[in-house]
Design a protein around this ligand. Structure first.
Ligand code: PLP
Length: 417
């Protein structure tokens, strides 16, 4: 059997909170001006109280509201698939499984958190949300979620993507969002995620009716993504596997990786691996320090691996995962040695994407291809050692709107920075 499907009623009804499983708590975010730990009052202009509570909660499980489950059921539980044809092509004794998060309305894992974020904002009376988006994955996810709760949504899209990638902008507009290029005050600049965050935060802070929504990095975002790992655990059981030996995910801000990996953290015998681009090597070459989440220095300071909040990846980089920082929880797991990190140049990442498309048929997002690269390398290492390893990776999204990057790869225009 290739696909392991959970019945509809096996959708997880509570999120897995990693906090009580950490040997010590993550350090708190600091106020950008005073450098004192931020309190709920500092965050309430931007976030609903329910999410501020989840950000610091130490409850082992947090119930998923019924209104959220009703929407997640549109595509969850998602399939777990065995990549047997990739295994055969590699000639590996390893068994490779992927969790297919590309089946969501927006085509990635991101709606898993967009929906609860829109719900909690709506429940507390917020009628408008702002956010940033790079290539548009997060913007589409939040646009979809906002339309489910009749919330107005304004998306600040990194200008270079806004100009080069109209299709995700069009999806956001179909779901009723207003999309503008960022930075708004510098029409010459190609923009960056950090600058777009500044635009979105500034907008939300200036209006009573508006909150801000972030698609990765924060604790509550990773919490919402744990439905991925919880389902995968059940599905590996259906596949007859006691447990995976290694769990892999691509890492931009850490949300799809945290989502698949956190439920496996308590079992020390399971390796966890983050895959990132070598042109934005946050975990492998960044330093662990307090840094801002945005370029302008308006957000709280977070304890994380960072390349510096003014970091700009080289413009030749086509593979996404461009954020300068990373989730504080992921950063802590890496720093404590519980999670490993690897970085790949984009040529090797697209080699893996194309190999996967030709064996198992699916055309991954370039971000997702980092996890596929890591899975292939794990499977080849298992072959070398003659080991029957069980490899689980997160298929975080499809690449159907990233075809120009594939065109560059096919025509030799994708060089390694
Ligand atoms: C946004 C995105 C990522 C990277 O973000 P994380 O928060 O690190 O998961 C990876 N894959 C896809 C398909 C994405 O859309």
């Amino acid at each position: 059997m290739a696909r392991f499907i959970l019945p509809d009623d096996k959708i997880p009804t509570a999120w897995f909170n990693i906090m009580p499983h950490l040997p010590e708590p993550v350090d708190p975010p600091l106020h950008p001006a005073t450098r004192e730990p931020v309190g709920p009052d500092d965050l309430s202009p931007l976030f609903p109280m329910a999410l501020i509570g989840q950000e610091v909660s130490t409850d082992p499980w947090i119930d998923i509201p019924g209104e959220v489950l009703d929407i997640l059921r549109l595509w969850r539980p998602t399939p777990l698939v065995r990549a047997s044809r990739l295994e055969a092509a590699l000639g590996t004794p390893a068994r490779i499984y992927y969790k297919d998060e590309s089946v969501s309305p927006a085509g990635s894992h991101k709606p898993n958190t967009a929906v609860p974020q829109a719900f909690y904002n709506s429940a507390e009376g917020t009628t408008r949300l702002t956010t940033e988006t790079g290539a548009g994955q997060w913007g589409t996810a939040l646009s979809f979620a906002c339309t489910q709760f009749d919330i107005e949504c304004k998306v600040y899209m990194v200008r270079a993507s806004y100009n080069q990638k109209p299709y995700r902008r069009i999806m956001m507009e179909v779901w009723g969002s207003e999309v503008v290029p960022s930075p708004v005050d510098d029409p010459e600049s190609p923009g960056s995620l950090g600058a777009a965050i500044s635009d979105a935060v500034r907008d939300a802070a200036s209006r009573e009716d508006t909150h801000y929504s972030l698609g990765s990095v924060l604790n509550h975002v990773l919490l919402h993504q744990t439905v991925i790992g919880l389902e995968a655990k059940e599905q590996l059981g259906l596949a007859g596997e006691a447990k995976p030996d290694v769990v892999l995910g691509s890492c931009g801000g850490g949300s799809n990786l945290g989502g698949i990996a956190f439920p496996f953290v308590p079992d020390d015998s399971i390796r966890l691996v983050a895959a990132e681009p070598s042109s934005c090597p946050t975990l492998t070459e960044g330093k662990f320090d307090y840094d801002f989440g945005d370029v302008a220095g308006m957000t709280p300071l977070l304890p994380m691996y960072t390349l510096g909040h003014d970091f700009m990846p080289p413009s030749i980089h086509a593979g996404g995962l461009r954020y300068h920082g990373d989730s504080p929880i992921i950063s802590k797991l890496v720093r404590d040695g519980r999670m490993e990190a690897v970085a790949y140049p984009q040529g090797k990442v697209f080699d893996a994407a194309v190999q996967f498309a030709n064996t198992d048929g699916k055309l991954p997002a370039p971000e997702t291809a980092h996890a596929i690269r890591a899975a292939i390398d794990e499977a080849l290492a298992a072959k070398e050692l003659g080991e029957e390893k069980v490899i689980l990776f997160n298929y975080s999204g499809h690449g159907h709107l990233d075809l120009s990057a594939y065109d560059d790869y096919n025509n030799g225009r994708l060089i390694d920075a």
